[in-house]
Ligand binder design. Sequence first.
Ligand code: PMP
Ligand code: GLN
Length: 382
Amino acid sequence: MINTSKLPNTPTSIFTVMSALATEHGAINLGQGFPDFPMDEELAVLAAKAITDGHNQYAPMAGLPALRESIAAKIHHLYGRSVSAADEITITPGGSYAIYTAFTTILQPGDEVILFEPAYDSYIPNILVNKAVPVKLKLEFPEYKIDWNKLREAINDRTKAIIINTPNNPTGSILSDEDMQTLQSILSGTKIFLISDEVYEHLTFDGKAHHSVLKYPDLFQRSFVCFSFGKVYNCTGWKLGYCVAPKALSAEFRKIHQFDAFSCFTPTQVALAEHLKKPERYLSLAPFLQKKRDLFLENMQGSGFDFLPSSGSYFVCATYKRISNMAAYDLSVHLTKTIGVATIPVSSFYIHGHDDKVLRFCFAKKEDTLMEAASRLKKLAL
Ligand code: PMP
Ligand code: GLN
């Protein structure tokens, strides 16, 4: 009998709940963020070849050197920063693991971590497991912008770290260059760490740029910047990512990593080391997904949902006050069971269930899937 819990009040992740419900009811799954179209074929061939070529033993603890070299070259190309492949990049089993390991590297019991709600669902449990204290600031509906003055007010002697996420899940908002400069000036002269979740780095739309922490020297020297290959090459099931952090921080990060995963799946690292050398592969992702966003929005016209802007990520959010009074969670369940479309209630991205009556839709889906989902959802407005 288990009489102790590290997370006594933490429910099963909403992604697990909604995907299980979608499967049970044969619903179209616009909930959990994953593509329903095939991954990059060339990359799949390279991974299969890596297995048959015999790359099947442990990779080095920090990751395959050739992959870390390819990542360093990509960072230099995109963000103009020279990072050391040997000392500043660690390959991890996914982006969430990188974030969890970063928290575990720096947090002591009682430390405060500032985060912004709605927040990706792993952040608060990661903080609580480390016996630290989440300090939540609200991104006010419907703009979901960071109020930098509120951040200034929240910082105190116990503030150990801040976590940001751009492009943002679930809101689809992105941080501008001005936002990043402001954050840099707020943190300047402090010992506060920054964890930057940039798993959607290649998914910015309408000509907008991604402003990585890697572009800002005073931010980077205090940062763990976390990425995921799953989102870049449409292979979320690969669970491979990486953390970029200055040498001293990476050394501490690796102390935790070496006794957790130790190292990651070798064949996909071999494949990615090669594939990453083709920038056109990751640079074509944004226009490809933007087309899907636009197709979905076009087909949802007349649905009664009011869509909020999505400048990045796999997601677009909508309010539904014109068609239903239900709580977002209840409506998500209802739509899955009766209309046959699963979504994610944005209320689940607040630890205490704040509800602005917003649903999140994943548009990383085939055109047919999006059109069929839209036609089912439109029935609600009738
Ligand atoms: N951060 C955010 C904001 C995400 O949406 C996700 C889900 N892909 C992750 C982290 C985790 O990425 P991974 O699947 O590589 O662990
Ligand atoms: N990041 C994905 C989402 O937001 C889900 C990943 C997961 O299921 N943990 O939908």
